[in-house]
Structure formats: C-alpha cells, structure tokens
Design a protein around this ligand. Sequence first.
Ligand code: ASP
Length: 413
Amino acid sequence: MKTRISLPLQMAIGMLLGILAGIAAPAVGFDPAWFKPIGQLFINLIRMVVVPLVIATIIAGAASVGDVSKLGRVASKTLIYYFATTAIAVTIGLILANLVAPGEGLNLAKDGLQAKAASSPKLVDVFLNIVPLNPVDSMSKGNMLQVIFFAMLFGFGLSAVGERGKTVLSFFDGCGEVMIKVTNIVMIYAPIGVFGLIAFTVASHGLAVLLPLVKVIGVVYVACIFHVLICYIPLIRVCGLSPATFLRMISAPVMIAFTTCSSAAALSTNLIQVQKLGASKPVSSFSIPLGNTINMDGTAVYMGVVAVFVAELYGIPLPLDKQFEVILVGVLASIGTVGVPGAGLLMSTIVFTQVGIPLEGIAIVAGIDRILDMCRTSVNVLGDATGAIVVSRWEGDFDPAKGALFAEEEEKR
Ligand code: ASP
C-alpha cells in the first residue's frame, strides 16, 4: 500500500498526537485506560512477528555461512570480527548509558515491577538457559535466546547436509521474506499503536516522562561515534590505511545509510568502495553481504542504551549479571536484525523480554526512532566496511597503497 507520509514521520505524528491526547485526557475527565488497548494491540502484533521472523532469517543466514569447511578461514575470521566488534558495541552503549543515566529520576511503575526484578537469574543460569530443553516450548514461550541458539545450530546442520537440505533452506528463505512482508503490514498500525502507548503513558504519568528522550538521542550518537573512534579507526590504522582516506571513500554508502536508514540499501555501494580501497575481492564479496545481514554494531550500541534507559524509567535495577545478559542477547538480537528501517526497534523487544524490561518502553523511544536509526544504520555500514578490510588484511590480501591511489584519483575528479 502506498502512503504519502513516510512511516517514521507517521510514527512521530502518532507520538505527538499521543502526547497531546495524554495531556488533554485528564483535563477533560477522559479515562486514560481507554488508550491502553490501542497500544497493547501494537505490542501484541510486534510479539507475534518476532519469533517466526527470527527463526526464518537466522536459519537461512546460518545455513549460508555454515559451510565453514568450504569457506575456510575467511568465514571464521569474519565471524570472529563480527562477534567481537558487536559485543564491544553493546558494551559501549551500556557503559555510556550507565554513566549518563538518561532515564534516572523518573519512575513509571516501580512497585509493581520490583518483585520481578528480584528474581532475576544468576550468570551461570543465563548460560545454561541458552540451551533449550525443548525448542518448540521456547518458541511458544518466546524465549528468544533459546530460539536464536536453536535456529543457529539448525542452520549449520542444514548447510552440513548439503544438497538434501536445499528444499528446507529455500523454505526458510521464503518464510523470512514472508515475515518481512508481515512486519511491513504490522508496521502500518505502528503510528496508531505509538499514539495509544504514548497517550496512556503521558495521561498516567505526566509529560515529564518524555524529556529524557533528548538525552537518549545524545547518548546513542556519542556512543556510536565513540565506537567508530575506539574500534574502527585503530583497526583501519593497523591495516596500514589512513583513517581519513577510509572515511572519505566510505562516505557514499554511509550517506545512503544515514538518509535511507537501511543498510541493505547501502550494500552495493559499500562493496564497490571497499574493493576500491584495496580489500580483497573474494573476502569482501563474502563478508560485505554477510555483514549486511548479521553485523549490526550501531544497532547493538542502540540496544545497550535503550535497555538501560527504559529499565531506569521503570525503576528496574540492572545489576552486572543482567547487563551481561543484555550484551549477550544484544549481540544475538542485532545479528537477527534485518537491514531495513526500524528493524532494530522491533528487535530490541528481544532484549527487553530477556531481562524483564516492560515492552511498553518501546513506545517511548519509537517516536524518535528515525533519528536514532540514521545513526545506527551508518555505523552498521561502517562496521561492515571495516570488517572487509580487516579480514582481507588478516588473510594477507590487502593493498593499502591501492586504496590511497584510488582515493587520490577520486579527489582529482
Ligand atoms: N535500520 C538498520 C539497518 O538497516 C537496522 C536497525 O533498525 O537497527 O541497518
């Protein structure tokens, strides 16, 4: 269906109208409880999509890289890079959010939620709980960590059976595409859902709850820039390439990412530019498309920040073991995020569910999601480009002089 106003704008409008309705409701004696089902419907729709979407995309994704014996070292090196940088990204998001405490001072529902927080599992249980006793049970309960774990193993197994698994692979591939379409359908309701959730929140808690959003935007942007500075720039330097040249050459795909909020849209330009920079052709043509699907450092930074923010808003304590859980689930959830606008918002529900943060918190950040998405998508794309260069270098197949020469020629043109 064609709409003239873009979805993020519709969501922002929904949020604005929700704020107004939330302010007006108590003044005119309107019961805020009427807003609740409008928002709850949106939450139910999101939850409905997540399990099948994640299963399908992760199985198909893992199956396409699972043939490690064939792809050899390149696959393992690429995966090591992706996991390491993504874990660093969530950690940076968490640390900065803890330092700034963007949601502190506000407490939306402390009393009702404390009992839940007190019974949080221990670190060792977190690890043990990753393995599902019954995957179907995990799916029905929506235990995402267990679902992701099972889906990854299933994907690797699928690729190991080779030819005989082809039908199953194309089935899950197809399911993934269908679920993306279903997501798009669900998101048509997002502006109304956001309206309901925000109106209910403002009507029951007052406008003060929205002020920390400015802080959240600041924390996400600073954390993303920090990740680029402490992670990508030193790695690019180690590879013998000047960071200025790198950033100049990658600015085209980053601009596409920033404006479209879709790393998938920036894929082809990113691939072309890293090869111009001297990245090995076999490495980059494997790692860039793979990274586009599973390497989402910007999204991971964002997940760390919003987890802390919403937990603070609801007065839910996040002790170290919980924060460790956020890192673990954040890495996996960002792997499952597809490179389309707003996907990270949807996937952050996985982190919320895992650590017991109310999903209603999504509504509070949804209205500003586009602003956050622009930044996290740019970092997602930069992370893939850095990965292609690092792994090329690691494979001894990187020529920084070629990149410098190309950059010089582009400058002259
Ligand atoms: N929009 C992001 C991307 O395309 C995903 C996200 O929403 O975090 O990379």
